[in-house]
Design a protein around this ligand. Structure first.
Ligand code: F6P
Length: 688
C-alpha cells in the first residue's frame, strides 16, 4: 500500500526547508487524530504532549507543514495517532524512525503502519504517506501567510503550500517517549505531568514591570523635532520660552551633539548608500524631504517616523518642524486668522519662520547632516519655490505630499490635534478649539496647490488601511528608493508587537555566547508561561503570527504556542560571534585579550573575527523592520539579546550608540503598541 513523493530541494545551504507531511486514508477510525512527533527542535523531543496535530485537508487526507532551519541536520520523526477519547492510549507507528536529511526523505515510499490492541490483536492499519519538501525564504513564508489571510483559504506562493500552525491541544491522553526505542503505545500512567503549567491562570497586569526608558508615549511628535537654533535655543536640552504670556516646554531629545560621533553612512548603512554619497553630485549628498499637505493629514507623524527609521539605519537625519519655530517666534495662541492666505502679515510671518527652519537645516547639513525632514504645510507653489531657491546647490529636495480624503480620519486627526498640539494647550474649551482649528484648515484649503513640480512622492489615503496609493515622480538613488519603500509599507493600524528573548538556554546557564543549545529547565517553564501569556494577551485578536530565528532555543520557546502561524527568519538569529562562538566572556578575555578590549572600546562597531558587529545586525534587520511595519496583525518576535536590542531601539527611537547596552532581560516580554499617536511600551516579567 504505500507511496510517497519528495522533491529534492536545490537551494543554497542557507535556505530553510518547508516540509509538508500528508497521510492518506484517515477516514477509517474517526476517533483518531494523526499527529507528528520526533526530534527537537521541530516536533517535540519525542514528547507526545508536544506532538503536532495534523489538519484535515480533505475527507481522506490530513496535512501538517512546518519549517526546518537550514542548519538542522537530520529530522527524526514518526506519526502518532491520538484518540479523541482521552481515556485511550496514543498509537505510535510501527517500524524505524523516519529520517529527513537535507530535504531528502529516507525510504520515502513507506506507509505508516499502526498496530493497536484496541482494534484486534493482529489488526494493522496502513496509511499512505506523502512528503513534500521545498526550499524557501522567510519572505516567501510571509507572503504565503499574507495570501492565506487575504484569501481565507490555503494558498500557494511560488508553488509553496501555505504555512501551517499547531492547533490547540486536544483532550486526549498524552505521553512522553523517552527515546526512539520506547514502547509503541503509551499507557496513561506514563503521561507527562508538567503539562499543567500550560493551563495556569495568568493575571497579566501582575507581571508588569517598569520600562527602563519610555518610548515616545504621549509626546507630541513635533516636540521631538530639532530644537530651533536660529531662534537662539541651540544649546538647550530642556528649556522654556515665554511668548504671548505662554510657556512652552520642550523635552530633551537624544539625537543632538552625541550623534555627531556617528559619521554619516557609517557601518549600518548599505554600501550602495555610501557609494551614492561619494560619487553623486555635491547637492545629492544631502537630501531634504519636504512635507506638503493640509493640516491634520499626518505630516508630523510621518516625518517623525521617517526620521526614526533613517536614524536607525545610521543616516544622520533630523526633523525640522516649522510649527515649533512659529510657536517660539509668534506664540502658541495664534487664531485661525493668522493662517489666512489673504492675511499678508500672517503669510509673511509664516514664510519667515519657514525660512529660519530651512536655514537651520542647511547649516546642519553643512556640518555633516545627511537627511533633513522639513515638516510644514508647504501648501502653495510660492512657498515651495522659496524652499527650492534656498536649497539650490546645497541639497536635493523631494516633496512628500500626504493627501487624505477620508473624512473620518481627518476628523480623528483634528481631535488628536486639539488634545495634543501645544497650539491648543491653553484652550480649555474643546469645542472652541475644534471650531478654530477647522477654520484654520479651511483657510489653508482655499490656497492649497497640490505638488506637480520637481521630485515628489504623493501618499494618497495611505493611512486608512484600505489600500490607498503612492505616486512617485522623478525619484532615483539608493536612499530615496529606501524612503519610498518604507513609506509604501507603513500604516497607522494599531496593533501590538511583542518582543521577547528565548527562554533561558543551556548555554546561558554556562555563560557561553552564541551556539545552538536547547532550553534549560527555567527556559522550558518560560516557554509554557509565554504560551499562556500569548493565549491570554491575544485572545481577542483574529490573527497574529509568531516569528522566531532558526536557532533551537527560539523555536523551542515558541513550541507550546498554539493557534498562530510560526515563521522562522534567519535575520532574527543572534549576533554571529564568529571565532568566539561558544566561549564565555572570561575565556575571550583570557585567550583573545585584544578582541576583548576592542569590543569593550566600541561595542557598536566591533566585529567578531569572522562574525558580526551590532551595525551588521542592524543592517540585516531592515527587512524585519519593514515587515513589522507592514503587518496589520499582532506579531510576537522570539529572538535573541543583540537582535532585540536593535529592534527595540528602532521602536523606542534610541540612538545607535546606546543599542549594545539596552536592557533586554530574559523571561520578559516587551510589548510595543503601534498606533495613531506613536509608540507605547509595556514590559511583563514572567519569571524572576
Ligand atoms: O549571552 C547571550 C547572548 O545572546 C549571546 O549569544 C550573544 O553573543 C550575546 O548575548 C549578545 O550580547 P552582548 O552583545 O552584550 O555580548
Amino acid at each position: 500500500m504505500g507511496g510517497g513523493s519528495s522533491k529534492t530541494p536545490g537551494g543554497s545551504s542557507g535556505d530553510q526547508l518547508y516540509v509538508s507531511l500528508k497521510i492518506e486514508n484517515m477516514n477509517v477510525k474517526d476517533a483518531l487524530v494523526p499527529h507528528v512527533f520526533g526530534s527537537t527542535p521541530i516536533i517535540g523531543s519525542w514528547d507526545s504532549t508536544r506532538a503536532l496535530s495534523m489538519e484535515r485537508e480533505s475527507a481522506l487526507t490530513w496535512e501538517l507543514s512546518f519549517v526546518v532551519p537550514p542548519n538542522h541536520g537530520t529530522l527524526v520523526f514518526k506519526f502518532l495517532l491520538k484518540p479523541k477519547d482521552a481515556e485511550s492510549p496514543c498509537l505510535v507507528e510501527e517500524g524505524e524512525d523516519r529520517l529527513l536529511t537535507g530535504g531528502k526523505m529516507e525510504d520515502e515510499s513507506r506507509s505508516a503502519v499502526f498496530k493497536s490492541p484496541g482494534f484486534g490483536q493482529d489488526e494493522l492499519m496502513a496509511y499512505r504517506v506523502f512528503v513534500i519538501v521545498d526550499v524557501i525564504s522567510p519572505f516567501d513564508l510571509a507572503a504565503s501567510w499574507r495570501a492565506y489571510k487575504e484569501n481565507l483559504r490555503p494558498s500557494t506562493v511560488r508553488g509553496i503550500p501555505d504555512i501551517s500552525m499547531n492547533a490547540a491541544p486536544e483532550g486526549c491522553q498524552e505521553a512522553t517517549r523517552a527515546s526512539p526505542s520506547a514502547p509503541k503505545s503509551i499507557p496513561p500512567e506514563e503521561l507527562v505531568k508538567n503539562a499543567s503549567a500550560a493551563v495556569m491562570e495568568l493575571d497579566l497586569e501582575r507581571y508588569v514591570v517598569p520600562s527602563p526608558t519610555c518610548a515616545s508615549t504621549g509626546v507630541y511628535a513635533a516636540n521631538l523635532a530639532e530644537t530651533p537654533r536660529s531662534l537662539g535655543f541651540a544649546k538647550c536640552d530642556v528649556f522654556s520660552g515665554s511668548h504671548n504670556s505662554c510657556e512652552v516646554k520642550f523635552l530633551k531629545t537624544d539625537h543632538t551633539a552625541s550623534d555627531k560621533a556617528m559619521p554619516a553612512a557609517a557601518g549600518a548603512v548599505a554600501a550602495a548608500a555610501v557609494a551614492d554619497q561619494m560619487h553623486g553630485p555635491k547637492e545629492d549628498q544631502c537630501l531634504a524631504i519636504v512635507l506638503v499637505g493640509l493640516p491634520a493629514r499626518g505630516k508630523t507623524f510621518t516625518a517623525a517616523k521617517l526620521t526614526r527609521y533613517l536614524r536607525w539605519l545610521g543616516h544622520e537625519t533630523k526633523h525640522f518642524n516649522v510649527g515649533k519655530y512659529r510657536r517660539l517666534k509668534h506664540g502658541v495662541n495664534q487664531a485661525a486668522y493668522f493662517f489666512r492666505g489673504d492675511n499678508p502679515e500672517g503669510v509673511e510671518a509664516r514664510n519667515e519662520v519657514a525660512a529660519l527652519a530651512m536655514e537651520d537645516m542647511l547649516s546642519w547639513m553643512q556640518e555633516g547632516g545627511q537627511v533633513g525632514v522639513f515638516d510644514a504645510t508647504n501648501s502653495t507653489k510660492q512657498r515651495r519655490n522659496m524652499i527650492m531657491k534656498l536649497a539650490e546647490g546645497k541639497c536635493k529636495i523631494i516633496f512628500l505630499e500626504t493627501i487624505c480624503n477620508d473624512e473620518s480620519i481627518i476628523e480623528r486627526n483634528i481631535r488628536l490635534k486639539i488634545q495634543q498640539s501645544p497650539d491648543y494647550a491653553e484652550e480649555t474649551d474643546f469645542e472652541a478649539g475644534l471650531c478654530d482649528f477647522k477654520e484654520r484648515l479651511a483657510n489653508y484649503g482655499k490656497v492649497y496647490e497640490p505638488v506637480e513640480e520637481g521630485s515628489y512622492v504623493k501618499m494618497i489615503d495611505m493611512v486608512s488601511g484600505n489600500g490607498g496609493q503612492i505616486q512617485v515622480n522623478n525619484i532615483s538613488g539608493y536612499l530615496p528608493g529606501r524612503i519610498v519603500f518604507f513609506l509604501v509599507n507603513t500604516h497607522l493600524t494599531p496593533r501590538p508587537i511583542l518582543l521577547t528573548r528565548h527562554g533561558e538556554s543551556q548555554d546561558n546557564v554556562r555563560g557561553r555566547i552564541g551556539g545552538d543549545s536547547v532550553l534549560s529547565e527555567a527556559g522550558e517553564i518560560y516557554s509554557k508561561q509565554l504560551a499562556n501569556f500569548i493565549k491570554k494577551r491575544l485572545k481577542s485578536e483574529k490573527t497574529a503570527s509568531i516569528w522566531t530565528s532558526t536557532l533551537q532555543r527560539t523555536i523551542l520557546t515558541a513550541t507550546p504556542i498554539v493557534g498562530f502561524p510560526k515563521i522562522q527568519w534567519r535575520a532574527l538569529e543572534e549576533i554571529n560571534s564568529g571565532a568566539c562562538d561558544g566561549m564565555t566572556y572570561e575565556e575571550i578575555k583570557r585567550n583573545m585579550p585584544e578582541e576583548y578590549e576592542s569590543r569593550l572600546k566600541d561595542k557598536l562597531r566591533y566585529r567578531y573575527p569572522r562574525g558580526e558587529s551590532y551595525l551588521d545586525v542592524i543592517q540585516r534587520l531592515e527587512p524585519v523592520i519593514i515587515e513589522l511595519e507592514r503587518q496589520r496583525a499582532p506579531v510576537v518576535v522570539i529572538s535573541h539579546q543583540a537582535v532585540l536590542r536593535a529592534l527595540y531601539a528602532y521602536f523606542a527611537d534610541r540612538p545607535l550608540k546606546e543599542i549594545p547596552q539596552i536592557e533586554v532581560p530574559l523571561h520578559t516580554i516587551i510589548e510595543i503598541q503601534m498606533g495613531v499617536t506613536g509608540v507605547q511600551e509595556k514590559r511583563y516579567k514572567l519569571i524572576d
